[in-house]
Design a protein around this ligand. Structure first.
Ligand code: UDP
Length: 456
């Protein structure tokens, strides 16, 4: 029997749920546009971690998963450098795939940029998948100029092509080691075959234009091609109502509940949790709050003010660690979202037309917030005190403003329009649809001289 193997696109996810989900959905999306490819998803497995259970992703047989073993890295290794310790295994896996299948391209999650050392050696066309938005990418690509201009005293703001004008003090500051990693990453990104971004034209048009024109790139005259194919996001399904929050939402009035959820890593001190609790109580709004604390051992009773759970039980629900967020956001009872501005959360809220209060915590979330406030205008911003705490009054006021004010209503209207645009972008003829087809066409045509072609 002659078995004809489909050409494959290899997607290499970074570590972490947000990244893996996004990469899996990208894989599914590619297949809906072109079923003649197969997709191979690589998942890094660092020492002493369980392998990810890929059966829960609901993929059909056109998607194959392979685990890449990461050897123990030296202590203090940056998350950006972790997969370098799996490069030996990556090399073997790519060679073994290529014995039976032609690898058309490798798409690296941008966090995995050090894997580029392998794909370059093997001469495979290499693309990056930027799992966040165009705004933070423009800042990243412009980083060299930003470092230089931060040192200059004359001016207190920075003009970054495609990004709202910001004060120097508004830019997050990163340790020098991380800045050097950014510069390294940008150098490899600038030379890759293309950058795929999880965004869409109606959401970040100005920034996307600046990226396409090359003005954010270190070498303006030679930018990498840009493909904005989003929103890529996980659809509701698969996640059970383990802590009962979906059935609780059933009993709440339409658009009355504000969700508070801070991604897979957002944790708060007991002091901050107390401020949130007091603020929520004062706001008199209904809420569903996902609480993650610095220690997993403490119970909710230990963490929250005395009597809080009892006093608010008619209006609020508090769950520990995790809620099925997409399902919650899609529930009719939910009318607002206090978010850490993780990009997946932002796209999910847009996809469900839910207005947001922005409370960025880590990574590129402060940059997302700036774009969400100044360009997209679909969030209210929270102010932190000087010691980095958001006060009860501030949180309560913003939640009330979001759920019950003219400004809140304006934001809701804008986010509902953006929801429509996000659907249009992915529909036939929409901007993201066209961009993805352009990318697939490139992959189809690109008969590169790969050392890994099975026929050589
Ligand atoms: N998420 C969830 N339940 C939670 C917290 C997060 O389902 O309690 C999901 C959320 O829907 C999103 C992802 O985890 O898809 C988090 O990704 P995001 O980019 O927002 O933040 P990160 O965790 O990467 O900081």
């Amino acid at each position: 029997i002659l078995i004809i193997m489909k050409d494959t696109i290899v997607l290499y996810s970074a570590i972490g749920r947000g990244h893996i989900f996004s990469v899996v959905e990208l894989g599914k999306l590619i297949l809906t546009h072109n079923p003649s490819f197969s997709i191979t998803i690589l998942i890094p497995t660092p020492p002493n971690t369980a392998t990810v259970d890929t059966t829960t992703f609901g993929c059909d047989s056109s998607i194959t998963f392979r685990h890449i073993t990461i050897s123990p890295p030296p202590s203090g290794t940056s998350p950006f450098h972790l997969v370098r310790y799996g490069n030996h295994n990556l090399h073997q896996v790519l060679q073994s795939i290529s014995k039976t299948t032609k690898i058309k391209a490798v798409v690296l999650d941008f966090m995995n940029y050090t894997a580029n050392e392998v794909t370059t050696t093997l001469d495979i066309p290499t693309f990056y998948y930027y799992t966040s938005g165009a705004a933070s990418l423009s800042v990243l690509l412009y980083y060299k100029t930003i470092i230089e201009s931060k040192k200059r005293e004359q001016c207190n703001y920075i003009e970054i092509p495609g990004f709202p004008r910001i004060l120097k003090e508004e830019l997050p500051s990163y340790p020098e080691e991380l800045e050097n990693i950014f510069l390294d990453l940008v150098a490899t990104m600038s030379e890759c075959n293309g950058i795929i971004i999880n965004t869409f034209n109606a959401l970040e048009g100005k920034t996307i234009k600046a990226l396409q024109e090359g003005s954010c790139f270190p070498d303006e005259s030679n930018p990498a091609p840009i493909f904005c194919i989003g929103p890529v996001m996980s659809l509701p399904g698969g996640e059970k109502d383990e802590n009962g929050c979906l059935s609780w939402l059933e009993s709440q009035p339409s658009q009355s509940v504000v969700l508070l959820s801070f991604g897979s890593l957002g944790r708060f001190s007991k002091t901050q949790l107390t401020e949130i609790a007091i603020g929520l109580e004062k706001s008199e709004q209904r809420f569903l709050w996902v609480v993650r604390s610095e220690s997993d051992e403490d119970s909710l009773e230990d963490l929250l003010p005395e009597g809080f759970l009892d006093r608010t039980k008619e209006k609020g629900m508090v769950v520990r660690n995790w809620a099925p967020q997409v399902k919650v956001l899609s529930h009719d009872s939910v009318g607002g979202f206090v978010t850490h501005c993780g990009w997946n959360s932002v796209l999910e809220a847009i996809g469900e037309g839910v207005p947001m209060v922005a409370w960025p915590l880590y990574a590129e979330q402060h940059l997302n917030k700036i774009a969400l406030v100044k360009e997209m205008k679909i969030v209210l911003a929270l102010k932190e005190t000087e010691n980095g705490i958001v006060s009860a009054t501030e949180l309560g006021d913003r939640v009330k403003e979001l759920m019950d004010s003219e400004k809140g209503r304006e934001i809701r209207e804008r986010v509902l329009k953006m929801k429509e645009s996000s659907v249009e972008a992915r529909s036939e003829g929409g901007s993201s649809y066209v961009e993805l087809n352009r990318l697939i066409q490139l992959w189809k045509e690109k008969d590169h001289l790969s050392l890994l072609s099975p026929n050589t």
